[in-house]
Design a protein around this ligand. Sequence first.
Ligand code: GDP
Ligand code: MG
Length: 305
Amino acid sequence: MGIFDKFKIGFKKSASALTSGLKEIIIKKEIDDKNLNKIEEFLIESDVGVEAASEIKEIISGKKIDPNKDLTTEINLILKEYIINLMRPLENDSFFEKKQKLNATLISGVNGVGKTTTIGKIGKILKTNGNKVMFAASDTFRAAAIEQLENWANKVDAQIIKSSQGSDPASVAYKAIDEAIKNDFDQVLIDTAGRLQNKKNLMEEYRKIANVTKKIDQDAPHDIILVLDATSGQNVINQVEEFNKIIPLTGLIMTKLDGTAKGGILLAIAKKYKLPIIALGLGEKEDDLQLFSAEKFAEAFTQVN
Ligand SMILES: Nc1nc2c(ncn2[C@@H]2O[C@H](COP(=O)(O)OP(=O)(O)O)[C@@H](O)[C@H]2O)c(=O)[nH]1
Ligand SMILES: [Mg+2]
């Protein structure tokens, strides 16, 4: 199965919700003010955000659409073009390339969004690209979390630095980077506990990880990637806002886009924050992480080529 097919299957729910929603609105063979407003409302309900919805509405109203064509398809084509223009600057394949020097990445996000799983999947891609990969089990909160990362390390053949449950997350990250430098690793991926962005002490602990890694490499962590769960809907906006305040993010990964109708939220985030989108999670298995491509995303989302 090619990358595009996977995207399409993963996005089926979001896409068919979009197309059937548009079909319900466009029953006549023309676009007037009334259904234009309905389209805008529908886009807002699809989580793409007020700003993007209003821009898309403006573009549709400014375009001469041939009434002999299928209007739903025509609108999907406009939407597709809008998405590509908005998101192409946010593509960032370079994250996965083999680096000249060590790259340490802090993986952050609230509980259950898929951080640990995503680290495993990233590890697999990095290994395929010839990187020496180290995982740091800095989610020391639960023993099961350390074990989970260890299983992923075994699966994708990455090294892991871990400590006992309850130990200092920052010192695990420090140790991992230290080992990585000494042994010529290319990448360190630091797993963190699922801290709620409103829990102050957990956020302080998160900040401390980044401060401590600077003691060994002043540029570390080189990347701070926030993992977002597509099924959380509007909550993710608040998560980006809060995490970005503590340590400026360098990228986003959205997981669980398989089987949700809420994929539109990625547009809202792209519009608001313009942060690089590193990859998308489309399942629980090791190969279910897709590098972000604006065009593929737009095609899958609108289901038009
Ligand atoms: N369907 C689906 N499930 C995912 C995806 N990513 C992670 N999960 C599942 O989400 C759950 C929580 O993942 P985990 O990595 O433990 O989250 P963490 O608490 O952020 O580390 C697990 O059951 C994962 O298998 C994804 O892209 N799609
Ligand atoms: Mg975890």
